[in-house]
Write a protein that binds this ligand. Sequence first.
Ligand code: A2P
Length: 340
Amino acid sequence: MSEGLGPPGAVVAIVGATGAVGVELIRCLEERAFPLSELRLFASARSAGKTLRFRGQALAVRELNEHSFSGVDIALFSAGGSTSKRFAPIAVRAGATVVDNSSAFRMDPTVPLVVPEINPQTLRTHQGIIANPNCCAIIAITPLWPIHRTNRIRRLMLATYQAASGAGAAAMEELLESTRAYLDGRAYQHKVLPHPYAFNLFSHNTSIDPATGYNDEETKVIQETRKIFGDAEMRVSATCVRVPVLRAHSVAITFECERPITAAQVRDLMQTAPGVKLVDDAQRNYFPMPQDASGQDPILVGRIRQDLSDPGGRSICLFVAGDQLLKGAALNAVQIAESL
Ligand code: A2P
């Protein structure tokens, strides 16, 4: 079934259309009036026959298979790493350009890893696949880019407060269900995440590298930051933690520049930083919060202050919150597709 949608434009496919990011991809394409002539929605066999709304029409979700990409110009993948590994090369062979939200290709040196506010020039080098970065990496480093360009950040330390949405729609449901059960005094057997989630927090649910002691999420944030900034020498450390928040990630950041820098200089840079909104009201104690960031495109930045532990005046602490499903995933992918 073809879904003709009016004026000429690209044929776009979404792989993982029924997922937490997939539905936001559909919404972003609609809200940003993406110039497409046809939208094709794919998911697993479980979802075949479901419909999702786009520009007033009910579009059928189809089961993904090897023939799904015939005639597709742009394929937006958000169905996990194994689906990307298997189907992204098939999509490229069929002539599509893939924007992949999984980690499958991010560190492949032939694949650009793109935040459009930071390194859009790397898009020119793509060979069919473009990787959308890790959500925490996007949210933490988009505000840091204007600082890095002015006064190189040579050391970066991050502590994340990551929402359920990063683990998918089922994890969001588990947070809601386990919270209801907790409040009702009922037992709840967690199925999606490895630990009780209601009124709790835990180290990120990815495996630990025995050589470094860092989990996969932390390693991604470290490696991807260096790749996106094009600065292999940057010293980066991260502690990634899952918190009982539905859909926006927060990050506490301390960075050290090559030369002294003041909080006022950083605040000035944040006023005009693309994709960023300054929320830094010390009088009202009002700073970035995941609840305020949810559903918003910009990354909220505040608590900007000199790092008192650095007598050299080169270090700044700040706090950010950004919608994991939007700038951390779907919005960034659609911005990449727009740049194509
Ligand atoms: P489905 O809903 O049919 O399982 P989330 O990140 O929220 O968990 O969503 C994952 C998305 O990836 C869903 O749309 C899911 O479809 C889709 N998906 C998972 N496995 C496959 C697969 N093997 N082929 C195609 N889509 C898949």
